[in-house]
Design a protein around this ligand. Structure first.
Ligand code: PLP
Length: 461
């Protein structure tokens, strides 16, 4: 049992702080597919941290690469200077990207990657003589992080409504949830994809002049919005429409990158190559903050050939772009992906994972199950007037049973490390089944969060 820290000063992100501090959930160690909490619980990690610890926790290879880098070169100025590892990390990452997207801009997170991608798209049209292409299109329910660009093209009202107007010149198209919500059908929704994509064309031709649109940004598979799968043909049709009107297509692969769907990137899964891919999270296995934007070579080269020789081609970047320690972590992580064949492992487990997820059909409150690769969303019947309350209670029950799941709205989202074993996959879903069955038996009482995680030795009941 560890000491409980003073909880007053730290303001937690995306957290109900007062509730959290009344029942803190603090981790003190992690190894493989498990966390240890400060009150000595062992939790099976059903969420790869926050979708990021793809190679499992506590990887020695990453720890020693990071430690050695810190001792050798802790930091190098990112502007007008650099260091060899940044070039090596970019070259290695380019080899993981779909062919042609081999120019890499480093950032510090998924949010910074989204804003960087949007800025590159806007600047590209200017540098190629099309300054009127200055509108950005996103999707309802889209999540592209929390910085103003990503927030503006994103479509989760709860995330943006506190912060005013966001970027001007942004529009949103419909999301595929109604099609994806397919009542327990396995695999991608078969119908409706082309019609839904055609709505994009209709919108830009009727509400806008398509010659004013710079880029469309989509998550190939939406995670944060509750695991929303793209219907068959949808992404390919979006690509065709973008090509027809000279619009850049950006895939936000912050979640779907690095094997999550059983292919290296979702772009590979769907056979659709965007102009720009954003990534982060599993790039360093979550060990050090880092994101990246991969850009088609032609786009990069347009900046190089259309700017004066000594000019800064893109006036954008971060103090921590290509940070030496992050680069060391990224290279070590990419080595693990290659050596441990993690993408192949993910693909090999996805059939078992699908069956385990769909074993929840018929369990109380389960309204839909959506899955792809090693991601599943279990949508629950909402509690009237209390959105997300049942999912929260399920999360707490699973925590008490030793399994970490994630909830977003009324959806339980599962995205384990790609190192997960079959028996651990079974345990995650049987734990959810048990939690929901208990909740159904307990009624209102089971929904009361104050009954969970009591630990009088550590915090007041
Ligand atoms: N884009 C997508 C699709 C994400 O899922 C996330 C985070 O979950 C982000 C962007 C933002 O990443 P970060 O939290 O690293 O800024």
């Amino acid at each position: 049992m560890s000491h409980l820290p003073n909880l007053d000063h730290y303001w937690l992100p995306f957290t109900a702080n007062r509730q959290f501090k009344s029942m803190p959930r603090l981790f003190k160690a992690a190894k493989g597919n498990y966390y240890t909490t400060i009150d000595d619980r062992t939790l099976l990690d059903g969420t790869a941290g926050l979708w990021c610890v793809a190679a499992g926790h506590g990887r020695e290879e990453i720890a020693s690469a990071v430690a050695q880098q810190l001792r050798t070169l802790d930091y190098a100025p990112a502007f007008q200077n650099s260091h060899p590892l940044a070039f090596e990390a970019a070259e290695r990452l380019a080899q993981f990207m779909p062919q042609g997207l081999d120019r890499i801009f480093f950032t510090g997170s998924g949010s910074e990657s989204a804003d960087t991608a949007l800025k590159i798209a806007l600047a590209y049209h200017r540098v190629t003589g099309n300054p009127l292409r200055n509108k950005l299109i996103g999707r309802e329910r889209g999540y592209h992080g929390v910085n103003f660009g990503g927030l503006s093209v994103g479509g989760i009202a709860g995330n943006s409504k506190s912060f005013g107007n966001g970027l001007a010149g942004v529009d949103h198209i419909r999301h595929p949830l109604d099609i994806a919500r397919n009542a327990f059908t396995r695999g991608l929704p078969q119908d409706g994809g082309i019609a839904l994509a055609n709505e994009f064309e209709q919108r830009i031709t009727t509400l806008h002049d398509p010659a004013t649109i710079a880029a469309l940004i989509v998550e190939p598979m939406q995670g944060s919005a509750g695991v929303v799968l793209p219907p068959v043909g949808y992404l390919k049709r979006l690509r065709e429409i973008c090509d027809k009107y000279g619009i850049l297509l950006i895939f936000d692969e912050v979640i779907t990158g690095f094997g999550r769907l059983g292919t290296t990137f979702a772009s590979d899964y769907f056979g659709v190559v965007p102009d720009i891919i954003t990534c982060a999270k599993a790039l360093t296995n979550g060990a050090v903050p880092m994101g990246a934007v991969a850009v088609k070579r032609e786009i990069h080269d347009a900046f190089m050939s259309n700017s004066p020789a000594n000019a800064i081609e893109l006036p954008h970047g971060y103090t921590y772009s290509g940070h030496p320690v992050a680069c060391a972590a990224a290279i070590a992580t990419l080595d693990i992906f290659t050596n441990d064949k993690l993408v192949e492992r993910s693909a090999g487990l996805s059939g078992h994972f699908e069956l385990a997820a769909h074993s929840l059909k018929g369990i109380p409150y389960v309204k839909d199950i959506r899955n792809m690769g090693l991601v599943a969303g279990i949508e629950l019947e909402p509690t009237p007037g209390r959105p997300g309350a049942r999912a929260f209670a399920t999360y707490l029950k699973c925590y008490e049973m030793g399994v970490l799941v994630r909830y977003t709205g009324d959806v339980i989202a599962i995205s384990p490390p790609l190192t997960i074993e079959k028996h651990e996959i079974d345990r995650i879903f049987s734990c959810i089944a048990e939690a929901l069955t208990e909740l159904a038996a307990e009624g209102e009482q089971g929904m009361d969060p104050t009954r969970y995680l009591k630990n009088e030795q550590l915090w007041a009941a």
